[in-house]
Ligand binder design. Structure first.
Ligand SMILES: [Fe+2]
Ligand SMILES: [Fe+2]
Length: 193
């Protein structure tokens, strides 16, 4: 990340990795929906802000990549003979969404920053999996996905900096602290968040 786009997430509890590795199919099943929801969240910004051409182009490209990730994770599940499951919901993302202010233009800023936090947290955890999963092809896939989510985090931060240059950093710090508190109170599960 560029030096002017700071995002200092509290590190994941290291015990999470063992929990995830103990039930990788559960992680992959959850991950399928994480990628789908990332695409849908990005496209939800197109619905809300069609007049912002630069934002529309950036998030539509991002959604395109997330959709490709859905295909990759779906193929991974098939390769492993793992049966996909319905979405169990995501308390982590729901708790973050609750922090989004209702009034514009604060709402747009908060949506961009919350999406950046989710991308950043996902990148961290996918990277942890990528370094630890014994199967080489799966590990390589997770490392590649972690790189993509890092880039997405930066896209959202750049958009936030663009629309609220005087405000975004302070708000990011607040949301970062709240994200850490949410992470700390959620159980360690074989899921991405
Ligand atoms: Fe993704
Ligand atoms: Fe992403």
């Amino acid at each position: 990340m560029a030096d002017d786009l700071p995002l200092a997430l509290a590190p994941t509890d290291p015990r999470w990795l063992a929990v995830a590795l103990a039930d990788l199919d559960a992680v992959h099943r959850d991950h399928l929906h994480c990628e789908r929801k990332a695409a849908q969240s990005a496209l939800s910004l197109v619905r809300s802000y069609p007049e912002r051409a630069e934002l529309v182009a950036a998030v539509a490209r991002l959604a395109h990549e997330e959709t490709a990730h859905v295909v990759q994770v779906s193929q991974l599940l098939a390769r492993r003979g793992a049966v996909p499951a319905y979405d169990l919901g995501d308390e982590y993302a729901a708790a973050l969404r609750d922090l989004i202010r209702k009034q514009e233009p604060a709402r747009l800023l908060d949506r961009l920053l919350v999406f950046a936090l989710i991308e950043g947290r996902s990148a961290e955890r996918l990277g942890m999996l990528g370094a630890a999963i014994p199967d080489e092809a799966t590990g390589a896939l997770y490392r590649a996905l972690a790189t993509a989510e890092d880039r997405h985090r930066d896209t959202f931060l750049e958009l936030a900096a663009d629309i609220a240059p005087g405000e975004w950093r302070a708000r990011l710090d607040e949301l970062c602290a709240q994200e850490a508190a949410i992470m700390a109170r959620l159980p360690l599960r074989p899921r991405i968040h």
